[in-house]
Write a protein that binds this ligand. Structure first.
Ligand code: CA
Length: 230
């Protein structure tokens, strides 16, 4: 079983995908493009190999063609679903509504209609993995500031910004309550556990550091009330 946790200090872990597809050109272009996106890719070109790999290794997602030699996508999906919850995206023929319905009925998580463009498959694969990990919202974008929540990475105008874990926690909490004034008490409760000695100026220091890194106007002080990202 691959490690599922994401650490704040390291890059997002490599996701491992299995592609089961018998069209050689499509398989190689898909595998190449997804590898360039940073995924580890295993491939199978017939249904029996594909099923064997799906059952005997742990994948973050499986991309599964319907029409395959030896064993079709439906049979593979049925057998996978008896044992595993690995997210599966079916590749179906154009206008084959019945194929899509059948796939979803059998427990496919998504489908993509051929031909598709690569940007679409990237977006769908990310969404598939995110949904299966139970993460509802991946990225918060506020002006120039972008917060990648699962990776705990922040960038400003496309450039990575290095934050301490406390600064990150503070930023994420304010960003998730965007437009609302968050009281100092709320921030203390969220950021510090009961054993911390919560010196009043500690919060001011973190806020000041965040402003230094993300812009002085990014976090607004509402005197007597708290802080706000607008
Ligand atoms: Ca095929």
């Amino acid at each position: 079983m691959p490690e599922k946790t994401l650490s704040g200090d390291t890059e997002q872990k490599t996701m491992r995908l299995l592609i089961i597809e018998d069209e050689a050109d499509l398989l190689s272009s898909l595998a190449k493009a997804l590898r360039e996106e940073g995924y580890a890719i295993d491939t199978a070109t017939d249904g029996e190999d594909g099923l064997f790999m799906a059952m005997n290794a742990e994948y973050d997602a499986i991309i599964l063609d319907v029409m395959l030699p030896l064993l079709d996508g439906w049979e593979i999906l049925k057998k996978i679903r008896k044992k595993k919850k690995t997210p599966v995206m079916m590749l179906t023929a154009r206008d084959a509504l019945q194929e899509r319905v059948r796939g979803l009925d059998l427990g496919a998580d998504d489908y993509l209609v051929k031909p598709f463009d690569l940007d679409e498959i990237f977006a769908r694969v990310r969404a598939l993995i995110r949904r299966s990990a139970g993460i509802a919202s991946n990225v918060i974008q506020i002006g120039q500031v972008r917060i990648n929540v699962p990776a705990r990475q922040v960038s400003l105008g496309g450039k990575p910004v290095s934050l301490t874990p406390r600064e990150y926690g503070l930023l994420e909490f304010l960003a998730m309550h965007r437009g609302q004034v968050v009281t100092r008490t709320n921030l203390y409760e969220h950021l510090f556990d009961e054993n911390d000695i919560t010196l009043s100026n500690l919060l001011d220091v973190h806020i000041s550091n965040l402003r230094g890194k993300l812009g002085s106007e990014f976090i607004v002080t509402r005197r007597g009330h708290g802080y706000c990202i607008e």
